[in-house]
Design a binder for this molecule. Structure first.
Ligand code: ZN
Length: 71
């Protein structure tokens, strides 16, 4: 999936192994991913960007809060 999986936060009492994986384990995917980007120098919105890490093609960008609330 990519870093947009960070939108799926574990429950507070999920345990240290679950929280360790959530905070520190990342897949380095070659191909299509969904990343979580922040428009730091602009409106500060968090954005889910669907892109390809090999070709650098960006397919789609959506506001992260809309993606999270759709689940
Ligand atoms: Zn912005």
């Amino acid at each position: 999936m990519g870093h947009a999986s960070m939108l799926n936060r574990p429950e507070q009492d999920a345990g240290k192994d679950v929280w360790n994986a959530y905070l520190h384990e990342r897949a380095n995917i070659a191909g299509d991913v969904e990343d979580l980007w922040c428009h730091d120098m602009g409106c500060a919105a968090w954005i889910v960007v669907r892109r390809n890490t090999i070709s650098h093609t960006i397919y789609e960008a959506k506001l992260a809060n809309e993606v999270r609330d759709a689940d």
